[in-house]
Design a protein around this ligand. Structure first.
Ligand SMILES: [Zn+2]
Length: 609
């Protein structure tokens, strides 16, 4: 017996689950889902059968109305959760009934005041990295793919979306959920409705996703609708921001081959959503902070779109090879941005990423393992070591190969790579073997071992050379001598230019310079959160107390970890007063954060306080 993934109890000797048929009853008042799941296994199995769970209550395990013995481990692993062991007797299918807990790490239940339209409750999932197990028992590892169907019983004034094909919305029927009969749910009540979905393509469990709320939608392309809360201003502005989506899908297809998921719909979530975007297939989840009104939100969409090939089609086997998902996707995102918005935008992205990579290498200076592309995550919670390294060092590695072999040869290689490994989960060595086979001699031109197993940033990585990039970086460096940019120099700057400028400001900059910069350019009030948060982080580091009101407002308005991390980190590294301030704001804001974001802030606090 051998576990297939350091983050899962899944055993290599036990059969895979090929299909799960889920029946889910949403009880909003208790923030609970009561559910059943019919599992179909690849082959019949006898003996112990392991599944991952976290904070689930298991009511029964049945095969053709016969009870199957099961037990939950007496203690929970802080990372993997609780092991569910079934004792099977030549079974190839079984039904589990279970309930989620209000503290399910994948789910955020929002009361009406926490949503955009303030009138209806909302619930949504975030299953990456290892949270699907807190919704249903599963082999919660990207090494195992599943197909599934789902019947969601929800209040009739709400509607549901899933990362799956929508089949129908209809009144509930008595025979929908026989396995749930013993739980005495009001399944067929007048004020309930059923939404049915089916996912025919096999996906890793971290791509399981749904959202339930008062949702509306707008058509923005032949295969794209934008969803957001009905009646909120977000819906119209999102439809406008993402009107260029079809053009990006066509660019993606040119680069990687046909789009394999039929629909590419977008769901804009309430501001508590912890990520910029999540590449849930057929239904990408997005933070509302990407809507900036200038089309720049398209970059996040380009990223999530690129995952349709790298990540969703070819998946990292475990989180130790996460760069195979994110490095490729960052590379592809920039190629799509370059094609649609031009080289300047793409290069500024590379520059912002370059800065970010250098900062992350600094962040991990006492734990260099996590500056490696391929790393060891035994006993490590993937959410704790989430960083830009797999994204930006992965991008750098692929761009290094592109520069070596030339763009057209690399494009040919990419198409071949996707075609060869689609719908598979692979590791770094599989990629390297395929690379060496298809680009003979590459290992003599690039130190592949240094790139994938070495720490830090290899010396043949690439810092952009474009004039616009260099000009901004040297302007930022000049702040050390007191020189601030003039009106004419920043006249055509957009969010990215400001972000790059702020990120490159020297550490020695004085508080008075920060204040002067803001009084001239109103950065603390920017509608672009990248700019606003970069500025506020600087303001905290310089001890500019006049901005703490804005810091508090920001920490209470959004739950995106990209903003929470730098602001809370800057505060807890500061004075005693800053620490007290951080603790108070978190205690008042935490209910508005997704459980994943809450635990990330808790771990920042425990590291520095
Ligand atoms: Zn990504």
């Amino acid at each position: 017996m051998a576990p297939v993934d350091p983050h899962s109890f899944t055993e290599s000797t036990q059969p895979a689950t090929t299909h799960i048929a889920l029946t889910l009853y949403f009880d909003f008042p208790s923030s609970t889902i009561h559910a059943s799941a019919l599992f179909t296994l690849q082959t019949p199995h006898s003996g112990p059968f392991f599944l991952d769970t976290r904070s689930l209550t298991i009511h029964s395990a049945l095969h053709a109305d016969q009870a199957i013995p099961f037990s939950l481990s007496a203690t929970s692993d802080p990372i993997k959760g609780t092991l569910l062991t079934l004792t099977l007797s030549n079974h190839s299918s079984f039904i589990l009934t279970f309930s989620t807990s209000p503290s399910s790490s994948a789910l955020q239940w929002l009361l009406p005041p926490q949503t955009c339209n303030k009138t209806h409750p909302y619930v949504y999932t975030q299953c990456q990295a290892i949270h699907a197990r807190s919704i249903f028992p599963s082999h919660d590892t990207p090494a195992r793919r599943i197909r599934y169907s789902a019947i969601l019983n929800i209040p009739s004034e709400l509607s549901a979306v899933m990362a799956a094909n929508h089949v129908t919305r209809r009144p509930p029927r008595d025979d929908d959920a026989p396995a749930l009969a013993s739980l005495n749910l009001n399944w067929c009540s007048q004020d309930r409705v059923v939404e049915e979905f089916v996912m025919e393509q096999p996906v890793p469990p971290y791509l399981f996703a749904f959202a339930v709320g008062q949702l509306g939608n707008r058509e923005v392309g032949p295969r794209t609708r934008v969803y957001a809360e009905e009646g909120s201003a977000v819906l119209d502005s999102a439809a406008k921001e993402f009107e260029g989506t079809e053009e990006m899908i066509r660019e993606g297809e040119k680069l990687f081959g046909e789009y394999d998921w039929e629909r590419f719909d977008l769901l804009v979530l309430p501001p508590s959503f912890p990520y910029g975007g999540m590449e849930n297939p057929k239904m990408v989840f997005l933070t509302p902070t990407v809507i900036k009104g200038d089309g720049s939100g398209a970059q996040v969409v380009a990223h999530e779109l690129a995952h349709s090939w790298t990540g969703n089609l070819i998946t990292n086997k475990t989180n130790e090879h996460f760069w195979l998902n994110e490095g490729f996707t960052t590379y592809a995102e920039r190629r799509i941005v370059e094609a649609v918005q031009g080289e300047k935008r793409a290069t500024l992205n590379v520059g912002i990423g370059w800065r970010g990579l250098n900062e992350e290498v600094e962040r991990f200076k006492d734990n260099l393992e996590f500056t490696k592309l391929k790393n060891n995550q035994q006993g490590i919670d993937p959410d704790d070591v989430y960083s830009q390294v797999p994204y930006e060092k992965g991008f750098q590695f692929l761009f290094r190969i592109e520069r070596q072999v030339g763009r057209s040869a690399f494009d040919e290689f990419l198409k071949k790579y996707i075609a060869k490994f689609k719908f598979q989960s692979i590791d770094t060595d599989t990629f390297l073997d395929f690379l060496k086979e298809n680009i003979p001699g590459i290992e003599k031109q690039i130190d592949l071992v240094l790139w994938t197993e070495g720490t830090g940033i290899p010396s043949d990585a690439y810092e952009p050379e474009l004039i616009v990039y260099k000009t901004i970086v040297s302007l930022a460096n000049e702040a050390a001598t007191g020189r601030m940019p003039g009106e004419d120099e920043v006249a055509d700057w957009q969010g990215q230019e400001w972000e790059l400028y702020l990120d490159n400001l020297p550490k020695s900059i004085e508080a008075s310079q920060i204040v002067a910069l803001d009084s001239r350019h109103k950065l603390s009030e920017s509608k672009d959160y990248e700019v606003k948060v970069s500025f506020l982080q600087r303001a905290i580091l310089c001890g500019c107390k006049e901005y703490y009101g804005e810091v508090e407002k920001t920490l209470k308005a959004v739950g995106r970890m990209k903003y929470l991390r730098p602001l809370y980190t800057a505060l807890v590294k500061g004075s005693e007063e800053d620490k007290v301030f951080a603790k108070r704001v978190f205690s008042e804001a935490r209910e508005c954060y997704h459980p994943i974001a809450q635990s990330v802030v808790v771990s920042i606090f425990s590291k520095h306080m």
